[in-house]
Design a protein around this ligand. Structure first.
Ligand SMILES: Cc1ncc(COP(=O)(O)O)c(C=O)c1O
Length: 451
């Protein structure tokens, strides 16, 4: 249905426009020879133009690049900036902490930490919390704890999941239905099948086959996949996961780092889930590095009672900067004043407005695409019906088409998340911001299809 020659001609024109409009970013990129891959982090090369745009400033739902161009930002740091850029309450708390009180990192607890723990309990239900700086580390440390307490070696993941750069999670279902290393896995420390098992999302039979081996300590999953498009759980799937994990005496870890978009207590509260451990990160400190994991009281007590486990020094769980006063103050302010219950209601309404408008374009052109919404985020995939699992969703990728849409939007002042077609709404994202997207998106599809 898509004329590839037409697509590539439009993409060529958009690339030339992009280069012409960004001389300052082009020069900055050309000057960055001391950086690995010319960028501060290699994934910043994932962009649809010939180089990344360089940030000048960001506020609310907007970013500005060093060429002076303004964008509505639906990427929002791939969730890290879900609170909007530099929300006033978070900035005030940061300034108070570091400028008035002093103390960015001290090895001493602050009283904000208990407030944050109590608020996370109110939202997600888990009664004991520990902090990291990233969701990756929260996952890593939770994995160590569940191994230690169950005495079982393996963690089960869903195929094409993403939980950060966690060694154990880089596993996919191979053609024989068994696990194998994810393509591109960089320097795996040991073959991933020694540490992990894998099942497709929405596949309870596959999950049970793997759990029946009796060597799985925990299932670590997102309640909906969010990193290979949004793949929503089918009715009964999450209940089935909980039932099977109970039956095989396996712990359930829900990673809510992205599914937090489902509501103020993530999918856990929105859908009444009961994980044993919960992971969160990225957004809860308004963009300041912060991660956290929540534990049941029983699990936490059992871990603390194990005198053979070094939980205070070099046992493999923890980091010097974790729980620092700055991160904790920023988290308190963000949860208390920015990502509030009321804010979520509005973010979800805005995302519904976004999803409805995209669906109108899909319908107008009878595109064989599907759109999924998860609270404050929405995303379309180039497949209809919507993919049911990670493998199907990965197979529906169309890099050329995706790059064209991203660049067409970027050239007209709209940023989507670089890794997929995801749009996230902050508390200050407006329907006017969404209208801007829809106008450009409709024009891109219209031009592509010659309509
Ligand atoms: C579900 C999930 N968990 C964990 C992470 C890791 O977050 P970070 O890179 O901040 O450690 C991500 C990152 O995208 C994620 O999507």
């Amino acid at each position: 249905m898509i004329d590839r020659a037409r697509l590539s001609a439009i993409y060529g024109r958009e690339r030339a426009d992009f280069v012409a409009r960004h001389p300052a970013s082009a020069a900055a990129y050309a000057r960055s020879g001391h950086l690995f891959g010319r960028v501060p982090m290699t994934w910043m090369n994932k962009n649809a133009g010939d180089f990344p745009i360089y940030l000048d400033r960001a506020l609310g739902s907007r970013v500005w690049d060093i060429d002076g161009l303004e964008y509505v930002d639906f990427a929002l740091g791939d969730t890290g900036a879900m609170a909007g850029h530099s929300p006033a309450a978070t900035v005030a708390a940061i300034q108070h902490r570091i400028a008035d009180l002093g103390g960015i990192t001290t090895m001493l607890p602050t009283e904000d930490a208990e407030w944050v723990g109590a608020e996370l309990t109110r939202r997600f239900g888990l009664p004991r919390w520990s902090f990291s700086l990233t969701a990756t580390d929260a996952n890593r440390w939770a994995i160590r704890l569940v191994r230690a307490l169950t005495g079982r070696p393996k963690i089960l993941f869903n195929s094409y999941c993403y939980h950060g750069s966690v060694d154990e999670s880089l596993i996919v279902v191979g053609p024989d239905g068994e696990g194998r290393s994810r393509p591109g896995n960089v320097g795996e420390p040991v073959p991933v099948t020694l540490t992990s098992r894998v099942a497709e999302f929405n596949d309870l039979d596959g999950l049970e086959r793997q759990l029946a081996h009796g060597d799985v300590a925990a299932v670590l999953m997102e309640p909906a996949l969010t990193n290979v498009g949004i793949v929503l759980p089918e009715p009964g799937f999450l209940e089935g996961v909980r039932e099977l994990t109970h039956r095989y005496d396996v712990l359930l870890i829900n990673d809510e780092t992205h599914t937090f978009s489902a509501g103020p207590g993530g999918a856990t509260r929105a859908w009444g889930l009961e994980p044993d451990i919960l992971i969160i990160g990225k957004s809860i400190a308004g963009g300041v590095p912060m991660g956290a994991y929540g534990l049941s009281a029983e699990f936490a007590d059992r871990a603390l009672a194990r005198s053979d486990l070094d939980l205070v020094d070099m046992g493999g769980v923890g980091g010097t900067l974790a729980g620092n006063p700055l991160s904790v103050a920023a988290t308190r302010a963000t949860l208390e004043h920015v990502l509030t219950d009321e804010a979520f209601a509005q973010m979800i309404d805005t995302a519904t407005y976004f999803a409805d408008g995209v669906q109108c374009v899909i319908d107008r052109y009878s595109l064989p695409w599907s759109l999924s919404q998860l609270g404050a985020r929405a995303e379309y995939r180039f497949a209809s019906p919507a993919p049911r699992n990670g493998t199907e969703s990965a197979a529906s990728a169309d890099a050329e088409l995706e790059d064209l849409i991203h660049l067409y939007l970027l050239n007209r002042g709209v940023c989507l998340t670089p890794f997929h077609n995801m749009a996230l709404m902050s508390p200050v994202t407006t329907t006017a911001d969404v209208d801007l997207h829809h106008g450009v998106f409709g024009a891109a599809i219209g031009e592509l299809l010659g309509g």
